[in-house]
Design a protein around this ligand. Structure first.
Ligand code: PLP
Length: 389
C-alpha cells in the first residue's frame, strides 16, 4: 500500500508534471514574474469556469477576504457576523480592519452558519455577513441572501474550502459557490481543492464598480499610475503560481469528483457504525428528494471529510490512527470565541452550544484526489477497530 497522506500533493503533481513544468519554465523564460500574461490568462479562465464577471487575483485567501471587505467601504465599529467554527482567518481580517466581529453558532449537521442565530444577531450596526462554506459544503445561500436583502447587508462568501462547488437555489438556478453573494474570496493554498505551489488567492464579484475598487486596493490604492486614491495594500498572485493554477484548473472538476468518490466510500464503510456520524450533504437538488440530504451532489466538494464521533474518545482515536500510519486532523479544536484574540465578555456560552460540542467530536480523515480503495479500506478498518473494541 502507498503511504497514506492527509493531502497527496506529490502524487497529484506526477500526473500533470509535464504541463506544469512547461508552464512554469515559460514564465521563468519570459521573466514576466509579476502581473505577467499568465496571471491575466488565469483570471479569464477562472471567470469563465465560475461564470462570474470579475476575478481579482491576489496573494492569498486571507488577503482576498481583507480586500473584499475593504472594497465594501465598511467603517470601524460596523458589525460583521461570521461563524464561531471556522479557520481564524475569517474573523482575523474583520478584527484587523477594526470592524466588530460577531461570532455565531453553526448548524450541527452541515457545520455551516446557523440561520436562526443569524436572524437574532442582526442589530442596527450590522453591515455584513460572512458565511463560510466549511469543508466544501455550500452554506444555505437562499436564506442568507434573503436575510441580507431584508436588512440591507453585504454578503462576503468565504469560499476558501469550496471552489468548484455548485449551489442550487430553491428557484432552480445553479451558481458556483463564491459567486452568489456581493463578493466571494478564495484561497489557492497548496492543500485547498485548487491549490498552487505557494500562496495565492482571489476575489470574485459580478459588481463592476466593486471589482474596479478592489483592483485598485490590491495595487496600493492606485487607479492611475502613481496616483494613490485610497489606502491600499500590495497583494498579488505571482505569474509562476498563476501558471500552476492555469494548468490545474481544467482538472478541478475531476479533482472534486475524486474527492466525492472517496467520501462515498467512507460513508459506505461507516454507515452501520452507530457512534459515527458521516457528513450530511444538504441541498435542494433533484437527487435529495424530500429529505433535503443527498449523497452525491456537486454542492459539496469535500475539502475535508469530517466525521463526528459520539461517546468515543476522539483524541484516543486520533492517536490510534497516527500510530497506524494514518494522518488525520481536528478542524477545529478550539471555537473562535474561546481564543484569546477573539474572546469578548458579551459572548454567552449557551449561544455556542453546537460549536462547543462539535469541537470535541470532529475528526477529519485523509482526503485528496489520489486516495485509492486499498487506503480507504485500511483507514476505515482502523477507525472501526478503535471504536468497536
Ligand atoms: C485557508 C482558509 C483561509 C485563508 O487562506 P490563506 O490562503 O491561507 O490565507 C480563509 N478561510 C478559510 C475558511 C480557509 O480554509
Amino acid at each position: 500500500m502507498k503511504k497514506i497522506q492527509m493531502v497527496d500533493l506529490k502524487g497529484q503533481y506526477e500526473e500533470i508534471k509535464n504541463q506544469v513544468n512547461n508552464s512554469v519554465f515559460n514564465v521563468i523564460d519570459s521573466a514576466a514574474f509579476i502581473n505577467g500574461p499568465e496571471v491575466h490568462a488565469f483570471q479569464q479562465d477562472l471567470e469563465e469556469y465560475l461564470g462570474v464577471k470579475h476575478v481579482i487575483p491576489c496573494a492569498n485567501g486571507t488577503d482576498a477576504l481583507q480586500v473584499a471587505m475593504m472594497g465594501l467601504g465598511l467603517k470601524p465599529g460596523d458589525e460583521v457576523i461570521t461563524v464561531d467554527f471556522t479557520f481564524a482567518a475569517t474573523v482575523e481580517v474583520i478584527a484587523l480592519l477594526q470592524f466588530t466581529p460577531v461570532l455565531i453558532d453553526v448548524d450541527p449537521n452541515t457545520f455551516n452558519i446557523d440561520i436562526d442565530q443569524l436572524k437574532h444577531a442582526i442589530t442596527s450596526k450590522t453591515k455584513a455577513i460572512v458565511p463560510v462554506h466549511l469543508f466544501g459544503q455550500v452554506a444555505n445561500m437562499d436564506e442568507i441572501m434573503n436575510i441580507a436583502k431584508e436588512h440591507d447587508l453585504f454578503v462576503i462568501e468565504d469560499n476558501a474550502q469550496a471552489i468548484g462547488a455548485s449551489y442550487r437555489s430553491k428557484n432552480g438556478s445553479k451558481q458556483k459557490a463564491g459567486t452568489i453573494g456581493h463578493v466571494g474570496a478564495t484561497s489557492f493554498f497548496p492543500s485547498k481543492n485548487l491549490g498552487c505551489y505557494g500562496d495565492g488567492g482571489a476575489v470574485f464579484t459580478n459588481d463592476d464598480d466593486l471589482a474596479h475598487t478592489i483592483r485598485g486596493i490590491v495595487n496600493h490604492g492606485m487607479y492611475e499610475r502613481y496616483h494613490h486614491d485610497v489606502v491600499g495594500v500590495n497583494s498579488r498572485l505571482d505569474s509562476i503560481q498563476a501558471a500552476v493554477l492555469r494548468a490545474k484548473l481544467p482538472k478541478l472538476e475531476a479533482y472534486n469528483n475524486a474527492r466525492r468518490s472517496a467520501a462515498r466510500k467512507y460513508n459506505e464503510a461507516f454507515k452501520e457504525v452507530e457512534q459515527i456520524i458521516t457528513p450530511k450533504v444538504e441541498q435542494h437538488c433533484p437527487s435529495s428528494g424530500s429529505s433535503n440530504y443527498c449523497n452525491d451532489c456537486d454542492c459539496h466538494v469535500f475539502h475535508q471529510y469530517t466525521l463526528k464521533v459520539k461517546d468515543v474518545d476522539r483524541d484516543g482515536l486520533v492517536k490510534h490512527l497516527n500510530e497506524n500510519g494514518i494522518p488525520c486532523g481536528v478542524y477545529y479544536p478550539i471555537p473562535l470565541h474561546k481564543q484569546k484574540a477573539y474572546a469578548d465578555k458579551h459572548y454567552d456560552e449557551k449561544n455556542f452550544e453546537v460549536t462547543n460540542t462539535i469541537s470535541d467530536e470532529v475528526i477529519s480523515l485523509p482526503m485528496h484526489t489520489e486516495l485509492d480503495d486499498e487506503q480507504i479500506e485500511f483507514i476505515t478498518a482502523k477507525v472501526k477497530e478503535f471504536i468497536q473494541n
